[in-house]
Write a new protein. Sequence first.
Length: 379
Amino acid sequence: MTNRLHSHDGDQRSGGVDRRKLIKGAAALAATAVTATAASATERPLGETAVRLRETQPFPLGPLPGTRYPDAHIEALDKSFKGSPGTGAVERVATGFRWAEGPVYFPAGRFLLFSDIPNNRIMRYSEDDGHLSVFRQPSMNSNGNTIDRQGRLLTCEHSGRRVTRTELDGSLTVIADKYQGKKLNAPNDIVVDSTGAIWFTDPGYGIKGDYEGLKEPFEQDKHNVFRVDPKSGEIKVVADDFVMPNGITFSPDEKKLYVIDTGLTEGEGNPAWIRVFDVDIDAGKLSNGKVFAKDFAPGFTDGMRCDTDGNVWCSMGWGDPKEDGVRCYNPEGHLIGKIHLPETVANLTFGGQQRNRLYICGSTSLYALYTSAKGAMKP
C-alpha cells in the first residue's frame, strides 16, 4: 500500500509539474505571439537590400569613350562657363549601383558619401586611391545627404521618414520625423545654413512604392519645404506651394534659396523647374518666390549646387538622352554650359581639397571632373 500510495503521490507530483509546465509554456507562447504580432506591425524590411547586380558587362572606369582634350562632353554656351580647366575630362570613377543620389564630400577624410537608394546603402568613395566601400547598410533607403559646420553627416531617410544626424562617435540623432504630430512624407534633399538651421524638402517619393523605400500612406496634407531651428529644434514649414519639392541649395551669400519642383512626375502640366526665394536667414523665412529656370521638360532636374560665382549647377535627365548630364545657369537664370553624360543624372556636389572637383551621381555610376569653378558649400 505504501508503494502504491508513494506511486500515486508521485503521479500527483508529476502531474502537478506537468500542469505547471504546460501553464508556463502556454504563457510563454502567448507572450511570444504578442511579441511577434507587435514586431510584425512595426518592423518591416527596409526596401530592396543587397541584391547583387550581375556584373556581366560593368561600365569601364576612367575617361569616357572618345575623350580628347578639350573634352567634347563639356559644352560651353557662354564664355563665362567654367566647366573645364582645358586639360581635363569627365571620368567614371565608380559603377554598379541601382540609383545613385545625394553626394556629400568630407574634406577632412578626402572621401565622398552618396546613397544607393534601392540597395539601401550609403557608399563611400575615397578620393586618394579610388577605393569604394559601403559606409552604412541598411541606410533606411537614404536619399539626400549634406554636412554641417561641425563636420557631421545629415541624411534624409525614405523608409525612416525622417532626417538624422550621424554624430562624431557614430551614433544617430533624429532631427525631424514628425510635423504637427504626423509623420513626414519622405524627406528628400537637405542643406544647412551658417546659423546651423537645417532646411529640407519632403515630397514623399520614398513612400510611393517599395523600391526606394516602403509604400505607406501620406500623412502630411502638403508637400512642404521645412526648416529646423538650430537652437530650439522646432520644425516649421517655410514653403507649402510645391507639387514635389526636391533639390535644394543656397546661393553663396545665403540671400537666395533655390528649390527644384519635380511635379512633372505626377503628370503632364505639372512643373519641371527651379524656383528661387529671397531668404531671411535669422528669421528663417522665405519671400518673393519666382521661377528661376524652367526649360527642362520633357525631362527634369533633380539636384543642384552653387559655385562661388553664384552659378547654379543642376542635374538633367529623364528626357532626351542627348541632354543627360549637368546644366549650369548664371545668377540671372541664363544657361551658360552643359556636361554631357551617358546616363540620367540625379544629383551632384563639389568636392576635392580645392572644392573644384565636381562629383556627379548618374543612374548607376559616379562621375567626376575638375572644373575652373569652386563650390560654394561650406565647409
